[in-house]
Design a binder for this molecule. Structure first.
Ligand code: SF4
Length: 204
């Protein structure tokens, strides 16, 4: 069994926090296991809980539209959430729920190994850069380990507050350039065996 399938099964059977009690289905995530881009939202909602799939409600439709505008499809990316089970009445996830669920997301990041992580909303962004406001950080890529973190508003925020939609659209429009930049940087990185003599020369 692949590591990915094993993790998927662990999530669907997980009872590590109280959110397991009210769920219909856990929602591990879906998309390409080789994706260079991972989208991380907040938590499943009604439709996601019903079907066990991420981003299939209104916010998901908006995400699909935005992806299509930049020539991407769901199957090209990986989409998941900070917590894998739906909080009651779509309330914000609690700190203990986020903390119980975090190892699953960490493992997904390790297995999929994306080059770019798009944080959809403040909960996702605060995993990587705690205490910073998404309103100030959005649209500005940051380095986290070897990954570019790209924060933007959650698509649901654009549905509840149409005034935020232009910012979401703008941040999506800038995503292809970021992906291109990351790809170019990766291509120009020396292979490890080429890098070694350079590093050694520091000690000569
Ligand atoms: S939210 Fe995460 S930690 Fe809580 S029960 Fe679901 S899978 Fe387990």
């Amino acid at each position: 069994m692949s590591e990915y399938i094993e993790l998927y099964q662990q999530i669907t059977g997980c009872t590590a926090c109280g959110l397991s009690e009210g769920r219909t289905n856990a929602v591990p995530g879906e998309g390409s296991q080789d994706a260079d881009i991972m989208f991380i939202g907040e938590a499943p909602g009604y439709y996601e809980d019903r079907d066990g799939r991420p981003f299939i409600g209104q916010a998901g439709k908006l995400l699909d539209e935005m992806l299509a505008k930049i020539g991407l499809d769901r199957k090209d990316v990986y989409v998941t959430n900070m917590v894998k089970c739906r909080p009651p009445k779509n309330r914000d996830p609690l700190l203990e729920e986020l903390s119980s669920c975090a190892p699953y997301l960490d493992k997904q990041i390790e297995i999929i190994s994306p080059r770019v992580i798009v944080c959809l909303g403040r909960f996702s962004f605060s995993k990587f850069f705690p205490g910073e406001a998404i309103s100030k950080a959005r649209g500005k890529p940051r380095d986290w380990r070897n990954i570019k973190i790209y924060p933007m508003y959650h698509p649901a925020a654009g549905l509840h507050n149409p005034g935020l939609k232009p910012a979401i659209e703008k941040d999506f429009r800038n995503l292809p350039a970021l992906i291109e930049q990351v790809n170019q940087a990766t291509q120009t990185e020396p292979a490890p065996e080429q890098a070694l003599p350079k590093q050694l020369s520091m000690f000569e």
